[in-house]
Structures are given as C-alpha cells and as structure tokens.
Design a binder for this molecule. Structure first.
Ligand SMILES: C=CC1=C(C)c2cc3[nH]c(cc4nc(cc5[nH]c(cc1n2)c(C)c5CCC(=O)O)C(CCC(=O)O)=C4C)c(C)c3C=C
Ligand code: FE2
Ligand code: FE2
Length: 340
C-alpha cells in the first residue's frame, strides 16, 4: 500500500481552503448583571496572573476569602444600571463591531469575536474559525494601548488553544495602535462631532484611561507611555477648540499605588477650583462598558456636581460608529496585507 492509499480519519480537515480569519477580542463581562454571574466572571478575571501580579499563594486567599464575597454584589448593582436589552454593553458592542466589519472585509475573510474572560471564549472562537477553513488568523485584541494585563493575556489564551493542536493555523496579532494616525484621526473626528453637538462649551476635556498599578510601569510595561502619547497626539488635534485638556487614570482597584492622577480626584479638584463645564472622554476603550457608562457617566457626573460643577458630559467611545468602524477596517486590513 502506498501512502496515498492509506485512508485518512473521517475528521481529517480539508487539505487547504486558504481562508483568512479575524478574531476581535475584548476584555470580558459577566453573563448577567447578578452577583452569581459577576462572581464567576471576577473569579476568572482576577485569577489571571497577568492582571494581579501577586503570588497565587498570597492572592488566592484574599480573592476567594474577601473580594469574591463582597465585590460581586456591589458590581452587579453597577452592571444593572447600564445593562441593555441585548446584554452587557461591552459584549453587545464588540458583537456589533464584528458584524459590521464582516461585510467591510468581504467574502474571503471570516470575522468572529471573543471575550478574554467569560463567553464567547477565545478557544471556542479560534476553533470555529478553523472549522470554517481558516488557515491564517489575525488575533485582534481591541486595546489601542498595549498592556500585559490586557493585550498579552489575549495572546497567552490563544496560545493555550494552539498548544492543543497538531495542525495549527498561522497567527498574526494586531499591534497596539495608540499613536496610529488612523486611530488619532478617528478619535479627533468623532470627539469633535460629539463636542459640537453639546448644548454647552466645556471649559475642560478630561481624557480618562483605565488605570494600572504604578509598579507595572516600573517593571517596564509600556501602557502608561502609550496612554500619554495618545493623549498628547489627541490634544494637538483638539487644541484649536480652546479647552483645557487633562489626562487621568480611572478604576483604581486594591490598596497598591496606581497610575496618577486619578480620574475621580481630578473631577473633584476641577469642580472645587471653579470649573463649571466638563466633558470626559475615554479614548483607551474601544467600546463603552461598565467603566465608562457607570464609573464615568454616572459616578463622574455625581462627583462633579457634588463638588460644585454644573454642566457635565461623558462622551461615547468609538464603538461601532462610522469613524470607529472605518478605523478598525483600516488597521485590520493593514495587518492582513500579503494574506488578502
Ligand atoms: C487588578 C485589577 C485590574 C487591572 C490591572 C485592570 C486593568 C485593565 N482593565 C481594562 C479594561 C476594563 N476593565 C473593566 C472592568 C474591571 N477591571 C477591574 C480590575 C482591573 N482592571 C475590575 C475588577 C473590573 C470589573 C468591574 C468591577 O467590579 O469594577 C472593563 C469593563 C468590563 C465590563 O464588563 O464592562 C474594561 C473594558 C484595561 C484596559 C486595563 C489595563 C490597562
Ligand atoms: Fe479593568
Ligand atoms: Fe470600575
């Protein structure tokens, strides 16, 4: 019997199809706005050693003994304030981004989406792309600024899946795009249009990025530098509007020192020092989520007004709007070059 005559197993994949896959990935979110779902989600998220860089032997008792018994109830209340008919804003918007990107990229490219924590999981979505015949896959973590706790952990999770395979697809990853002119242009155009549509002129525009422990900067994570560069480039583009532009870091978690200045302290300080009209944008988030819709838009407004501020606007993220989709199409297409 020659090798050609040996029968292949029934589940042997098609030999070649040449298809291309794109997997958009964002952080993850609970299945529902209830304490049980939030507990499951936070348990997975906060057990990731890329996210909390404390030895497991010291961290797991604190996580399981304290945090997962107190935080889920509080976080679930916050999620309930922003939950939509089609689910968690982060998941619904990421899904919409994938649905809109698919026809933009055309027939030869399969587009799917995943969440790093929770569902749809990265492993299952990579498998679905391979089952659809994709031999080359672009993994696209939707974080403009690189951070080990967000970008690297997506690549780790994909690698865990690839580790199980005999016949792996070729994988590319979307680089950080914090200083990409396409991204800065999209932000400048979209934020400019939102500012024009307000019924007041903000004296200050606050650019709020998600925070990180200060230690990660000292250990060499480029996240802080990437945020600063995005802010500087955006500031130059919005300079002719005559607003003061500030940058801050939100969502502090735990007792360690986080990147400063903190968004909540900045909002309060602005109001106390006489700022009456404030707008906040979150250029590091590709999709509105708990951190923008609740922490900035709800809590931020309360903090600002309680400290003497009057007019307040939380501007939307790029989401699946036209500027954001044109930007995603451009940066994804660039990484597919040579493949399509
Ligand atoms: C150690 C804790 C955390 C680090 C480090 C961290 C980094 C980090 N997070 C994002 C983006 C998002 N975080 C979101 C929610 C969220 N983040 C933390 C903690 C850390 N984040 C918690 C505990 C939560 C859950 C909500 C809560 O209980 O407060 C979200 C929103 C998720 C959603 O469902 O809407 C995003 C997005 C980045 C970009 C980042 C590092 C740069
Ligand atoms: Fe976070
Ligand atoms: Fe938060």
């Amino acid at each position: 019997m020659t090798w050609q005559e040996q029968s292949l197993p029934a589940d042997h994949p098609a030999v070649t199809s040449g298809r291309i896959g794109v997997l958009l990935v964002n952080l993850g979110t609970p299945e529902g706005p209830d304490a049980r779902s939030v507990k499951r989600y936070l348990g997975e998220f906060l057990s990731d050693r890329r996210v909390v860089e404390i030895p497991a032997i010291a961290w797991q008792p604190i996580l399981r003994g304290i945090i997962l018994n107190t935080r889920p109830k509080k976080s679930a209340e916050a999620y309930r304030k922003v939950w939509r008919a089609d689910g968690s804003p982060l998941a619904a918007i990421t899904r919409a981004q994938a649905d809109k990107l698919r026809p933009m990229l055309g027939d030869g490219v399969q587009v799917r989406w995943a969440m790093r924590y929770g569902e749809p999981a990265i492993g299952g979505e990579l498998q679905a792309l391979m089952d659809a015949g994709c031999e080359r896959i672009l993994l696209a973590p939707l974080y403009p600024q690189y951070c080990a706790a967000t970008t690297a952990t997506v690549v780790d999770k994909a690698a865990d899946k690839l580790r199980e395979m005999r016949w792996q697809p070729s994988l590319r990853t979307l680089p950080p795009y914090h200083d990409d002119p396409v991204y800065i242009d999209a932000l400048a155009a979209d934020l400019g249009a939102q500012l024009d549509a307000l019924d007041f002129d903000p004296e200050v525009l606050l650019l709020s990025f998600h925070g990180m422990p200060q230690r990660t900067l000292e250990l060499g994570d480029p996240y802080h530098c990437h945020c600063r560069k995005t802010a500087r480039l955006l500031e130059a583009r919005l300079a002719d509007r005559g607003m003061e532009i500030r940058t801050s870091f939100q969502s502090r978690f735990g007792r360690a020192k986080w990147l400063e200045p903190a968004t909540d302290a900045t909002i309060e300080e602005l109001a106390r020092s006489g700022t009456k009209r404030l707008a906040i944008a979150a250029p590091g988030f590709s999709a509105d989520c708990l951190e923008t819709l609740e922490e900035l838009a709800i809590q931020g407004r309360e903090q600002f007004q309680a400290a003497g501020g009057e007019r307040f606007a939380a501007l939307a993220c790029l989401n699946d709007g036209p500027a954001g989709m044109a930007m995603l199409d451009a940066i994804v297409r660039r990484e597919l070059s040579g493949w399509i």
